[in-house]
Design a protein around this ligand. Structure first.
Ligand code: SF4
Length: 363
């Protein structure tokens, strides 16, 4: 990975105000070092100007459109031991793996809100949430949704092709951290320890015909500037290798969970805004997803500064429609329903978008 061994902290500490000014005034594409200058601690003094530029760029690229989607957890069985996640195999939580009747019930519940984009999530267990199961879920969900994205363990190219044939068109996969040393410590034991296989998953999915990918780190696990920088380069690499691929990034912050894990790195609201706006200026036409890990007031406040997709009306438990939901993966901070989200967006001058892709028109 380009820049993987680059001294990000050293570079950031030496960034000058002239470099930041140049990056902010540039109207063409920012290069990698200009992006990094905007991520540097010194650029935090330019937050208002970064926000104003990001607002202009976002409006020029996306207008006032804001895509809404709902996450649907179908299984919390996991073979990994990520210490920051309550689905990790070492936790004594109730495990639930929905059968296809319950997947259908969940689909009916979510579709009744008017949302037509769904993100289907599983814990990472090939034994339980098999590739065939993911395909079967996609086949059921395509009866209700115009776009189905998956957030599951990394697949091979052939497996992605099967899932695409079954109806999935989007992939979300977080690298968690782009720092190989931290990654190895956090993912010691279990299939997730293969850093490279995870990193290359979006490329395999793109070759297999997926329409859109979302990548990013989980902020709080490793030095965040480095993670946001390398995630941006990852997104830029995908864009340049696969020009027709819709590329998005997301920068979720760790949320409280059952367990003892405390993040090593704090990311304040203003840090988050700096990272998101820097990424927006680096990749003007990329999507940016902001999930319900962020509070409603914070999400409302950053709406004009870069986001293009918001999750709504979801939770992080398995089996809400069964009446016996599991413990959540993490506590969400924005519990607005799809209707409430739609109303809030309209009242702020945004256009809530329920459908921007329909697989039935493209096959
Ligand atoms: S983060 Fe994903 S892979 Fe890790 S324990 Fe949680 S569900 Fe499993």
């Amino acid at each position: 990975m380009k820049y993987e061994n680059f001294d990000v902290e050293g570079y950031c500490n030496a960034v000058t105000t002239a470099q930041i000014e140049r990056a902010l005034e540039k109207r063409g594409r920012l290069d990698e070092r200009e992006y990094l200058a905007l991520l540097s601690p010194a650029a935090s003094a330019y937050l208002e100007r970064m926000a104003a530029r990001a607002r202009d760029v976002t409006k020029a690229q996306f207008g006032c459109a804001m895509l809404l989607f709902t996450p649907l957890y179908v299984s919390n069985v996991c073979d990994n031991a990520c210490p920051y996640c309550s689905f990790a195999r070492q936790h004594d939580v109730r495990r639930l793996h929905l059968d296809l009747c319950d997947v259908r019930r969940e689909a009916e519940r979510i579709a009744s809100s008017g949302i037509r984009h769904v993100l289907v999530l599983t814990g990472e267990s090939r034994r339980v949430a098999t590739v065939q199961y993911i395909c079967d879920c996609a086949s059921v969900l395509r009866e209700y949704f115009s776009s189905i994205a998956i957030e599951v363990y990394p697949l091979t190219e052939g497996e992605y092709a099967r899932v695409v044939s079954a109806g999935a068109d989007g992939l979300t996969i977080y690298q968690e951290t782009y720092d190989r040393g931290v990654y190895a410590k956090l993912h010691n034991g279990g299939p997730k320890e293969d850093f490279a296989f995870r990193l290359s998953a979006p490329e395999r999915a793109a070759r297999a015909g997926i329409r859109s990918v979302t990548v990013g780190p989980l902020l709080g696990l490793a030095p965040p500037v480095r993670d946001v920088f390398l995630a941006g380069l990852h997104a830029a690499h995908l864009r340049s290798e696969f020009p027709s691929l819709e590329v998005s990034a997301s920068f979720p912050r760790l949320r409280p969970l059952s367990g003892e894990f405390a993040p090593d790195f704090a990311v304040s609201d203003s840090d988050f805004v700096q990272y998101m706006t820097a990424f927006r200026l680096f990749m003007p036409s990329a999507g940016i997803t902001v999930s319900t890990r962020e509070s409603s007031s914070f999400r409302n406040s950053i709406l004009p500064l870069g986001p293009t997709k918001l999750s709504a009306g979801g939770n992080t438990s398995v089996g809400a429609a069964t009446g016996a939901a599991t413990e959540p993966q993490f506590e969400i901070a924005d519990g607005r329903s799809a209707d409430e989200m739609r109303e809030d967006l309209l009242s702020r001058g945004f256009q809530p978008v329920m459908v921007d892709w329909n697989h039935t028109l493209c096959r």
